[in-house]
Design a protein around this ligand. Structure first.
Ligand code: NDP
Ligand code: MG
Length: 377
């Protein structure tokens, strides 16, 4: 049984993680929950149901509110970044599930690695902005990183322990999002409420917008490079609107292994929590007859410049993926606030990559260098 710290428990991945544990209570015990502070009634409910030792709330006021609500329980409530770091360092935990959104997850992930916790990684922004640092630390500390992102969970399962020297290509599947097949002109007037509707997946707001721009696939290309040690040109994006094949690996001898399943994040979450065991069914079983036909197409990189921009950031290396990520995080927040248009998300990222054109490229940087990129965007 895993003893977990769940960062981002009130979000889409967080609530689904708790749902997996509800169905498979023998797979994990919740030692700590953590969230930003936006959904305190839900966090209170989760605390009463799972009775962790500790709850960390980033926002101080929200933490004070929760402390009052939980007065009748033995649960300790801590706050701020220090609180998140305390949760990640807990003696009783052996795994940290990183399901918070954005590069705010960077410092807690670094702390968890330092404390030798296995990482179940959903928070892709962390690996995108500091992949070299995170992977180096994980290797030095002997910490395993288990992917939760469905595509990376699929690739991890297809590789089954084989190294990058056996891989010819990673076939990273993408649903194409709600605007698959649209022209640039059609995308210009898109409003947040349209972009927030995803055809196959129900997710948090930020990643739903990232899926609509396909920035999500760009982030995932960078995530794949770090998790699996492949070169940028080995990663091919394949649009597969049914979201049944979660990704595939083409090996050097031409054999291709794909992983399939229903589009339900509880499946890759359970895979990470139980690894290497395969436990009982939590999700609907896959009915291939009902999902047929499965189709595959090339992405439109002229319209969805996100894929091209991610590849560019990946090839340049160093802090460029951090610039790509930070510029995108900021642009998505502005789009959701209604201050910029949908297609401006692409131009904001493009401009940022140009603006930082004089950055040194090597993959040797510090945590502070990455945080500074986040502040200066
Ligand atoms: P949500 O927006 O649904 O949830 C985000 C979570 O992060 C909430 O619990 C939120 O707390 C918490 N949070 C926000 N800011 C802070 C902070 N400063 N300190 C602590 N916690 C904070 O996001 P998702 O669950 O959709 O996504 C989470 C991560 O997983 C993202 O990196 C995303 O890319 C990745 N992912 C998500 C998938 C999905 O299907 N949703 C699929 C694959 C990857 P609060 O409620 O208090 O604001
Ligand atoms: Mg994904």
């Amino acid at each position: 049984m895993r003893h977990i710290v769940l960062l981002g428990s009130t979000g889409s991945i967080g609530t689904q993680t708790l749902d997996v544990i509800r169905h498979q209570p023998e797979c994990a015990k919740v030692e700590a929950l953590a969230a930003g502070g936006g959904r305190i009634p839900l966090l209170e409910e989760q605390t009463r149901e799972f009775m962790p030792r500790l709850v960390a709330v980033y926002d101080e006021k929200a933490a004070a509110d929760l402390r009052v609500r939980l007065q009748d329980t033995p649960v300790r409530v801590v706050s701020g970044m220090a609180g998140l770091l305390e949760a990640c360092a807990m003696e009783e935990a052996d795994m940290v599930v990183t399901a918070m959104v954005g590069m705010i997850g960077l410092e807690p992930t670094v702390e968890a690695i330092r404390r030798h916790k296995t990482i179940a990684l959903a928070n892709k922004e962390t690996l995108v902005c500091a992949g070299a640092l995170i992977m180096r630390m994980a290797q030095e500390e002997g910490v395993q990183i288990l992917p939760v992102d469905s595509e990376h969970s699929a690739i991890f399962q297809c590789l089954d322990g084989r190294g990058p020297e056996t891989v010819r290509r990673i076939l990273l599947t993408a649903s194409g999002g709600p605007f698959r097949g649209w022209t640039w002109e059609q995308l210009v007037p898109v409003r947040p409420e349209q972009a927030l509707k995803h055809p196959n997946w129900s997710m948090g707001a930020k990643i739903t917008i990232d899926s609509a721009t396909m920035m999500n696939k760009g982030l995932e290309m960078i995530e794949a490079k770090w998790l699996f040690g492949v070169r940028p040109e080995q990663i091919e994006v394949v649009v597969h609107p049914q979201s049944i094949v979660h990704s595939a690996v083409e090996f050097t001898n031409g054999s291709v292994i794909a992983q399939m399943g229903v589009p339900d994040m509880r499946l890759p979450i359970q895979e990470a929590l139980e690894y290497p065991v395969r436990g009982a069914l939590t999700v609907e079983p896959l009915d291939l007859f009902q999902k047929s036909p499965l189709t595959f197409e090339k992405p439109d990189e002229e319209v969805f410049r996100s894929i091209r921009l991610a590849r560019e950031a990946l090839i340049k290396g160093g802090l460029y993926p951090a610039v790509f990520n930070a510029a995108n995080e900021k642009a998505v927040a502005e789009f959701l606030a209604g201050t910029i248009g949908f297609t401006e998300i692409f131009s904001r990222v493009e401009e940022a990559l140009e603006r930082y054109d004089a950055l040194p490229h090597p993959d040797v940087y510090t945590l502070e260098d990455v945080l500074e990129i986040g502040r200066s965007i």
